[in-house]
Design a protein around this ligand. Sequence first.
Ligand code: PBG
Length: 327
Amino acid sequence: MAFPERRLRRLRRTPALRRLVAETRLGVDDLVLPAFVRQGIDHPQPIGSLPGVVQHTRESLRKEARRLVDLGVPGLILFGVPEAKDAEGSQAFATDGIVQVALRDVRDEVGDALVLMADLCLDEYTDSGHCGVLDAAGQPDNDRTLELYGRVAVAQAEAGADVCAPSGMMDGQVAAIRRALDGSGHEQVAIVAYAAKYASALYGPFRDAVDVTIAGGGDRRGYQQDPRNRREARAEVALDLDEGADVVMVKPALAYLDVIADVRSAVDVPVAAYHVSGEYSMLKAAAERGWIDHDAVALEHLTSIKRAGADLIFTYLAADAAELLRG
Ligand code: PBG
């Protein structure tokens, strides 16, 4: 008998063999593009720390949506940058708030060809930069914030969102949003819950993209998860499912692949992962210096997120990846 007996290299010999036995298949259907739309601008604004990503005008967002449909990308999630911020973040639920207006534009442009998601949070809209209205101690007041989230959900649903995606990490937010949606005749609107969302330093470039600075040099550690905690993610996910989440998300992605794998094995609903701004920017920066191969690393990273167990991947690379996957 030949030695060694078991030769794993046999199935790696040709590209066709490798294709046949690949365990993980990244596809265009897995992708959701996060996009920023800014009120009151005439031209798209580049975002310095997110090369290739812009703050869209209403018009350029329409074109981007059309491009996604042409590329076959199924999902788009919108983040708004309002002209004015206030204590309650009222532009998040104003009928003519930028995300509501943009949802109507994009629906008009592409119909049902794209799943239209709206990030549901207040941080882009509050003058404090926090994800809710503040209590006397300067932290988001959980239950007063839930009332506002309910109003945001209804405004987004009326504007035609298919999905509300609460990202504020208030306790009970999924239940409050489900109740608000059902109570206003929007039973069909789904909830993609940012369930295990960590207090990550990788969100830095995103905060440039939405012009958010947290008041007084504060942070979100009082409500987002501690990066040291793995089991706690299961508790977050279980609660969100109890409260009515249709899809649960882990965020960020690459530094939390263990959490994605845990969540995948614990639930039967679709699992999403958010490849966040800092993950994208690190790739762009290293590639710009010629230190790594952009396209190869991009696909390797997204494939790893899929391999860990994510069904949906939110990534600023969605359009690039769709082009690469088409070949
Ligand atoms: C909160 C929100 C954030 C991101 C998505 N939704 C920022 C935060 O929690 O500070 C980050 C996304 C990214 O970094 O790409 N509305």
